[in-house]
Design a binder for this molecule. Structure first.
Ligand SMILES: [Zn+2]
Length: 90
């Protein structure tokens, strides 16, 4: 029994992997580790079973202590006139 079926975008085969997943809940971003995720082997689209989706929601709803906290940069894509000067490697 295939829990995911084929990719709805490209028809590729979707296989389950343990993934790190970005998850937004009430405007806050969480990163969930070791999530069983169906990943398309052609386009990389991710799928979750209803059970896993529920578990992810429960995990962020009942969060007590995160494993770790990281800072996430929020950026905008550059306009056409913007030239990337690169970053100084001090
Ligand atoms: Zn696909």
């Amino acid at each position: 029994m295939k829990p995911y079926g084929d990719c709805i975008y490209c028809g590729g085969e979707v296989r389950e992997r343990s993934e790190r997943v970005d998850y937004r809940f009430h405007g806050q971003l969480f990163i969930l580790e070791n999530v069983p995720t169906g990943v398309c082997n052609q386009c990389g689209e991710k799928y979750f079973t209803a059970e896993i989706a529920k578990q992810m929601e429960d995990a962020v709803r009942c969060i007590e202590a995160p494993v770790s906290t990281i800072a996430v940069p929020v950026i905008r894509i550059p306009g056409h006139d913007t030239v990337c000067a690169g970053q100084d490697s001090a």
